[in-house]
Design a protein around this ligand. Sequence first.
Ligand code: FAD
Ligand code: DLZ
Ligand code: SF4
Length: 523
Amino acid sequence: MARCCLILGDQLSFDLPSLQLLEPEDVVVMAEVWSEVSYVKHHKQKIALIFSAMRHFAADLRDAGREVDYIELTDSENSQSLVGEVERLQIAHQFDAWYVTEPGEWRLKTEFEALASRIPVPFEICPDKRFICSHEEFNEFLKGRKQPRMEHFYRRIRQSTGLLMDGKDPVGGKWNFDHDNRKALDRRETPSPPTWPVDAITEEVFELVKTHFADHFGELDKDSFQWPVTRSQALQIFDHFTEERLESFGDFQDAMVLGKDTLYHSLISTSLNLGLLSPLEVCVAAENAFRDGSAPINAVEGFIRQIIGWREYVRGLYWAYMPEYKDRNTLNASWPLPSFFWDETKTDMVCLSEAIRNTRQNAYAHHIQRLMVTGNFALIAGCSVEAVCDWYLSVYADAYEWVELPNTLGMALFADDGVMASKPYCSSGKYIDRMSNYCKSCRYSVKETTTDDACPFNYLYWDFLHTHRERFKSNPRMAMILKNLDRFGSEKLEAIKVRASAFRDRVAADGGDTRVLPEGRLL
Ligand code: FAD
Ligand code: DLZ
Ligand code: SF4
């Protein structure tokens, strides 16, 4: 009799805890199932990436001598859910025990816990050791803190891992070099990340996706598909980053440039989240690049902070605050998500159209596009929290709820009552103009707030602050901004409110289209 290990689509690591428990005669099960493909309508590239990476991982396990029962989406006996597959295979093979590494999403964890109590053999859910901080350590960190902050957490992890430490002190004498990381970038050539031809496994998956998910959002084209589907490709993309892009990562982390989709970003989130790369190995490699003089401290510290700081922190918050976290909507945002989020040609706002084009073509947008363009718009326009979270979860190749939800609901939408962010990440068009070259080719004027061609980010921003003035007034970090708002006379304020409301009416009337269609449609 054998035991069985169920490996999920984002658990593609040879050092997976549940895999370590197996004896040579034991079996691995992996399954492509509708329930995982349909809980949101994932971008075509996201499904192709996950299925291709799963199939490659199964092949690697077999090459390593492991017996793998791989159930494809179209297999006739497929029950189309992970729990269903465990129950079906248990009846068929009478395994002695099951092992699974804990899933990254609450939804699935509760399903597995229920399954564990009804299946007649042991069903063990192992902690996911691929993260640096365990749930227990994170809860310890939260203890007694009214307002947890990422920066405090980050310093603890720097100390516990020894990353960028000189004894007890941070390398370079400071924990954070962010003030060096706010440079705009214009016209400069940026290095292109490596690509590789799609192989037979990926090609087969592309056909499957084209046949079964044709109505899902996003492009799927084998000439432009850039996502690593194996560990070796993931290492190639990461090596290219440390050699060519890490050096400038810090300087231009917040920059946005028309037509440049990836800039100096690492493009490793899909690989980290699938388990093809480990967070510690990439941080150690980045630190080595600093120690051997090939990358400056502001770049390396900035990169390491994203991984052992933000990435671990959002995962900790997700598990500490779920399931009620998902229902939070502190600012009562409920405006339907405009349809241009699914079709960038429906907006003439260049910044939004660029971020959404990148998302549609690549299942990617870099952090500042996600936070300060689409996220900022959704925040100040008051878009429905649930709709926005579903959008982010479905459109990005790296999206899983544990990482997407705190970033969207908490960081971008400020819907969690300030758990994730100490103040809303809201801004007018001024920030976008400072960090990008978008406004130069936009039909709206970023300098105007109440005229016919005023940038919508400007009036929506002030309208947002005015609407939530009471809530924000007790936040010392908002004092300066509210003082600026209070300087507006009642006439200007009224003009802003009229513009914001006309914008919403127009977008709603035009089915989510921000373009000014017939003459005179804009006030
Ligand atoms: P880089 O800019 O090169 O950063 C390096 C790595 O740091 C990333 O690969 C990622 O693993 C990590 N990282 C950076 N910022 C964050 C962060 N805020 N939270 C967690 N990890 C971070 N990231 C996801 O992996 N999945 C998501 O579903 C996701 N949704 C997001 C939604 C919103 C509204 C926002 C504002 C951010 C979201 N992020 C998400 C974080 C971040 O935008 C992406 O990790 C990053 O853009 C991925 O591109 P990259 O690998 O080139 O990252
Ligand atoms: C995202 C995803 C998709 C689209 N499909 C599958 C699948 O068919 N089989 C599978 O095991 N996992 C899939 N996944 C990843 C899971 O949704 C993921 O493991 C959970 O959301 C927990 O993070
Ligand atoms: Fe975006 Fe406004 Fe700039 Fe146009 S002017 S690109 S809408 S910030």
